[in-house]
Design a protein around this ligand. Structure first.
Ligand SMILES: Nc1ncnc2c1ncn2[C@@H]1O[C@H](COP(=O)(O)OP(=O)(O)OP(=O)(O)O)[C@@H](O)[C@H]1O
Ligand SMILES: [Mg+2]
Length: 142
């Protein structure tokens, strides 16, 4: 196995306090990959936004539901997957528009942060079938 190859999967209740646990896990994981402290801060923001969306929008506050976060590195590519089994997104393009939110008091910037802090972001979702976010970021050259 490649020296840097690694894989971690976390599954947790859709509770606010678990956002911090997912952030710390991602920080610890990406810290091993040569990312700078500011890169790691950006990765933590991407994790927070994705996991918060799963909790708030996907599950609408039902803390008994499960969120899954997978961290992986393969061939110098850091991969982050965030999965919920919630309500799903009917119009992904619209959901990803800057400042669009289905909740009046929210800013609608979560996807903007995920897109700007990671190299790629793919969203797979449909109504009642949950949402999977796949993000990647190239590791710095060692
Ligand atoms: N996991 C999800 N399940 C269902 N809907 C989602 C999910 N993630 C995002 N959405 C939809 O996409 C919209 C845009 O998400 P985004 O994170 O950009 O903004 P927001 O969460 O509304 O506001 P902010 O992140 O700024 O607090 C949400 O308002 C919601 O309608
Ligand atoms: Mg959001």
């Amino acid at each position: 196995m490649d020296k840097q190859e690694n894989y971690v999967k976390l599954e947790f209740y859709a509770k606010d306090q678990n956002v911090a646990i997912a952030r710390l896990a991602a920080a610890a994981f990406s810290g091993e990959l040569g990312f700078s402290l500011s890169d790691i801060e950006e990765i933590k923001v991407a994790v927070s936004e994705g996991v918060s969306n799963a909790i708030i929008h996907g599950y609408g506050g039902d803390e008994s539901r499960l969120v899954e976060v997978t961290l992986a590195v393969e061939k110098n590519l850091f991969k982050l997957e965030i999965k919920d089994d919630g309500v799903g997104i009917a119009d992904i393009k619209k959901a990803m528009e800057p400042t669009y939110s289905s909740v009046a008091e929210r800013m609608g910037l979560g996807f903007v942060f995920m897109e700007s802090f990671m190299d790629t972001l793919n969203v797979h979702s449909s109504p009642n079938c949950g949402t999977v976010l796949l993000m990647t970021r190239r590791c710095p050259h060692s």
